[in-house]
Write a protein that binds this ligand. Structure first.
Ligand code: PRP
Ligand code: URA
Length: 209
């Protein structure tokens, strides 16, 4: 069964409170999504393997550790996941980025795929899927499925807000995918929106409503 990690770091929680506010405008919303992604990335990469390395300081040799060349990919689910890419890339400057284009059919709430472009060596990489919202879980389940079809063996899912329904769906479909959240909210409303949530993440990032 996949683990669910909810980050209660004060900086993440403070920024999330501002992000949820209906009066927060597009500029601030974008900045906050990026900053929260950066802080979540820091927490979600705690298990990256390290190896010993000797570094010559101006004074002597220091016995240090650096990340042991693990190959990673960040995979935003378009559109809203794009808002989290900057933060991830700031923390991991040489990470490769693959894109999955999915939108939720407003009637059925089922994900519809319209784009899939991965780094050529994606099968050798661990992937972190990013999307601000995990609602019914349809988009995340589909994205993880496409990555597995492409040969990815280790996948993490990082979302800012999750609903219990979406968490359960991902756990059922992909028990090997660990889930990282800044908040686990209460429920979904009749339109599939997370309550209390933050509204439509894509529209708030891109100013389309
Ligand atoms: C939103 C969100 C997720 C999806 C979550 O995207 O960014 O991708 O809904 O819902 P689910 O868990 O029920 O699948 P949306 O379909 O609104 O597309 P957008 O990012 O292009 O706005
Ligand atoms: N997608 C969003 O952007 N917000 C929700 O609350 C649910 C799905």
């Amino acid at each position: 069964m996949s683990n669910v990690h909810v980050f209660d770091h004060p900086l993440i929680q403070h920024k999330l409170a501002v992000l949820r506010d209906r009066n927060t405008g597009t500029k601030m919303f974008r900045e906050l999504v990026s900053e929260i992604a950066m802080l979540m990335c820091y927490e979600a990469t705690r298990d990256l393997p390290l190896e010993e390395v000797d570094v010559e300081t101006p004074v002597a040799v220091a016995h240090c550790r650096h990340i042991s060349g693990k190959k990673l990919a960040v995979v935003p689910i378009l559109r809203a996941g794009l808002g989290m890419v900057d933060g991830m890339v700031t923390m991991m400057p040489s990470v490769k980025v693959g894109h999955v284009g999915l939108y939720r059919d407003p009637e059925t709430l089922e994900p519809v795929k319209y784009y899939f472009k991965m780094p050529p060596d994606i099968a050798e990489r661990d992937a972190i899927i990013v999307d601000p919202m995990l609602a019914t879980g349809g988009s995340a389940v589909a994205a993880a499925g496409f990555l597995k079809e492409a040969g990815v063996k280790h996948i993490k899912l990082m979302c800012i807000i999750g609903a219990p329904e979406g968490v359960e769906k991902v756990q059922e479909a992909h028990p090997d995918v660990d889930i990282y959240l800044a908040a686990l909210d209460d429920h979904l409303n009749e339109h599939g929106y997370i309550v209390p949530g933050l509204g439509d993440a894509g529209d708030r990032i891109f100013g389309t409503k």
